[in-house]
Write a protein of this length. Structure first.
Length: 194
């Protein structure tokens, strides 16, 4: 799993006025929890671009006064009108504790159903994955090499790995449906046989 390094500074004062001042300075109030104690931080908003505004899943290494802590983003709060990041929560990682993360789905190969004129529909772009930090994948690969028209690839069809998928096994990840052009061609072919 890719790790992005950011730096933070400890917050002495916790409150609305202090948070407003931090945002004015281009920083975001943050909390790091999961360890023995909660740690209140201030993080530069520019450092968080690669962490928040990306489709990829990443670990975060937070450097606070020389002390580095590995974590994941657990929650973010945005302003309802301006969409500015208001607050971020980090969960500290431990090698022996399982975590749950949303991991992107990567489709691999070419579907024979699509080659015939079918329409590829991806219903799930991310899956909830539970594992130890060392076993967390960067992405979940789904092969569509065998998907014919009408074919469906569900969560239960994924191969077993060192991690567990916590989505419902019956959930559809990707399917190939009949396109309008293919339906029309089949209808015309059926009429021609009569």
């Amino acid at each position: 799993m890719k790790t992005i390094a950011i730096s933070g500074s400890p917050r002495e004062n916790v409150g609305k006025r202090d948070a407003k001042e931090l945002r004015y300075e281009g920083k975001v109030p943050a909390v790091l929890y999961g360890g023995k104690t909660q740690q209140h931080l201030a993080v530069v908003i520019a450092d968080l671009r690669d962490v928040i505004y990306t489709p990829d899943a990443n670990f975060v290494e937070i450097d606070v006064n020389g002390t580095k802590t590995k974590a994941i983003v657990k929650d973010t709060q945005f302003h309802p009108l301006t969409d500015i990041l208001m607050h971020i929560d980090f969960l500290q990682l431990f090698d022996d504790k399982e975590i749950v993360m949303e991991i992107p789905v990567k489709l691999a190969g070419t579907s024979p159903g699509v080659k015939m004129g079918g329409k590829l529909i991806q219903k799930l772009r991310k899956l909830r994955v539970k594992s130890l930090p060392a076993d967390m994948p960067q992405e979940v690969k789904v092969s569509i090499e065998k998907l014919e028209v009408g074919g469906i690839f569900r969560v239960r069809d994924l191969q077993k790995a060192k991690y567990a998928i916590t989505n419902i096994p019956e959930d559809t990840i990707v399917s190939v449906t009949m396109s309008r052009a293919l339906k029309q061609a089949e209808t015309e072919a059926a009429k021609g046989k009569k």
